[in-house]
Design a binder for this molecule. Sequence first.
Ligand code: AMP
Ligand code: MG
Length: 348
Amino acid sequence: MKTKIYELQEKHLDFHAIQEAAEVIRNNGTVVFPTETVYGLGANALSQEAARAIYAAKGRPSDNPLIVHISSIDMLLYVIGEPLSLTAKKLMNKFWPGPLTLIFKKSSAVPMEVTAGLGTVAVRMPDNDIALELIKQSGLPIAAPSANISGKPSPTKAEHVIGDLQDRVDVILSGSSSRVGLESTVLDLTGEVPTILRPGGVTLEELQEVIGEVHIDKGLTCKETAPKAPGMKYTHYAPEAAMTILKGELPKVVKAIQQLTEEQTKLGKLVGILATEETKQSYQEGVIVSMGSRDNLYTAAAAIFDALRQFDKQKVDIIYAEALSEENIGMAVMNRLKKAAGFNIIEV
Ligand code: AMP
Ligand code: MG
């Protein structure tokens, strides 16, 4: 198929382009659109055929359910099969539109293809005017996973999407770089205590401030337990080259990466180093990419996927990454780094 690409600006919406894209959604086609987290690959969330088109375009395993994007509370009520709890209302008031996905019991309007056979549905209201206008104009909830080929780092720039999905989708709405740069936090509200199934743009600490007790799915930290979000079990976000994370006191980490880089370079390998603003000057050899400042890990969240893709572009043979703090937004950034490294971590 030939993909139509429209360049849009959030501040001056091109209603004509969005109406054309909305028509494609109503006809069960596929539209890539920007959100504040990462770019999404969207289609009609009420259609089996549309959901299948998403899995086909991404090469996504069909047991990995999709997040349903909505633009109004009426749309939310249409896709969920339960009354809104006080907890859900508090969370929506505080974090929507924004990078928080909530899991509810699903209504019969949502086909099993969208939820990968589960009786629950993941829903979120994105904080991006292009995305919201597309959902509104189409008059339909839009199911949308990240707009990358399955397994690759998520796309935070239009160029990532075009590289991965050109001629595999009907329309690409290209906008600016994703503000948050990491996927949404997935919070399960169907159990006794709200539980994080995937760390993301809204932190554990922020959730606790609004609703008190929050659990973290055991499957995220313990290798023996299967994660409750089916998507978390896959190797993900992975650059082409094997990646190792080095963890410990920062001077020791830097020293270890310097030594490993020297060894590998002598062997004729091109080394990628995932560093930070504070450490990037310490490295002389290899492809050195800064993922942002240790003082503000939101900068790392916004840069991490682009940084991983840069190693692919430069065709490095092996990658060493510095570990970051796992507090606040650091939990989500380190979750993505660990998955990109296939949990290959060396303590120094
Ligand atoms: P993506 O859309 O690629 O950002 O991934 C969506 C994430 O949400 C994946 O990890 C899914 O497994 C998870 N997810 C979506 N729907 C559900 C659900 N009903 N129950 C549990 N996890 C879900
Ligand atoms: Mg994804």
